[in-house]
Design a protein around this ligand. Sequence first.
Ligand SMILES: Nc1nc2c(ncn2[C@@H]2O[C@H](COP(=O)(O)OP(=O)(O)OP(=O)(O)O)[C@@H](O)[C@H]2O)c(=O)[nH]1
Ligand SMILES: [Mg+2]
Ligand SMILES: [Zn+2]
Length: 313
Amino acid sequence: MTSGRVTRLDRGWSTVLLADGTTVRVRNIGEEVAVGDRVEIDAAGERIESVHERRSALTRRNSFEGSRAERQVIASNIDTVFIVHSLAAETNERRLERELVLAFDSGADPGLVLTKTDAVDAPRIAETRERLARIVLDVPVITVSARTGEGMDDLRALVGPGSTVAFIGASGVGKSTLVNALVGSEVQRTGEVREDDQRGRHTTVAAELVPLPGGAWLLDTPGLRAVTLWTSERGIERAFAEIFAVAENCRFRDCKHEDEPDCAVREAIGSGTLRPERLTSMRRLVAEEAGVEEELVHRERQSSRRGFRRPRR
Ligand SMILES: Nc1nc2c(ncn2[C@@H]2O[C@H](COP(=O)(O)OP(=O)(O)OP(=O)(O)O)[C@@H](O)[C@H]2O)c(=O)[nH]1
Ligand SMILES: [Mg+2]
Ligand SMILES: [Zn+2]
């Protein structure tokens, strides 16, 4: 048996990088495989025999309207997830909140990278940083330009030797360009953004793991059209930590912050120390994850009635 790490997936086939630096393409029969997985390949070198337990996994709900909830592991065994937003485009704060929950839920540490400093002026950078810092709280924020190299050393400093870092974000924000800048060559194809709204064209179509000379790994992902959540471990609590901190002082442990007496969260909103849209966002995300949870429980009941195995989560 040979051990290796999955660097990309194509319809049932995995590309696996082996310890000697060579890659092989093998079938993933029977095993659910994600980019970033550490795997064992069978003696014949034809298929993946087992997948090592994941230290962390970026997991989202993969489904379109009306279809049932399916789990999609975007990438695994990541140490740091960089959430990438472009300073040259309107920053979508609600999207950022979702990405943070996704990142925290993965078990990796998030960082926020604001790209394209060369395309905007200093006041715009300062204003955006300040506005987004109120959402990301203690998460480190760095501003970079892959074009001029500004801030790239700050980013490099967050990529520890031997660690795996992933870049997630909307199409066109500059994820692949960052990966290329860090690697020092054009390993990832990049694409122009539309002039009017700065949207990208989904140039990267599959997650891909790129090894760095220093032993670190970079994971480029396709721009996620929708950041859909799977069931949470602790992501929401961490992404909305300021609300949970205030809620410690609500009279009731299970306070919903609706019409209960002595609700510290409503008081904080009333006095202006907590922004109401944060509570609204949190509720929306809690409801979304509860929906997935409910569907899974429902499905489990149905399948146990039919004598099926419980779906893996
Ligand atoms: N001005 C400027 N443009 C940049 C910078 N980084 C990336 N771009 C441009 O932004 C566009 C999109 O970059 P990509 O790296 O392809 O974006 P992506 O996030 O990988 O997009 P998808 O693969 O579609 O998800 C390209 O035209 C890049 O040249 C930067 O630092 N400054
Ligand atoms: Mg890309
Ligand atoms: Zn309350």
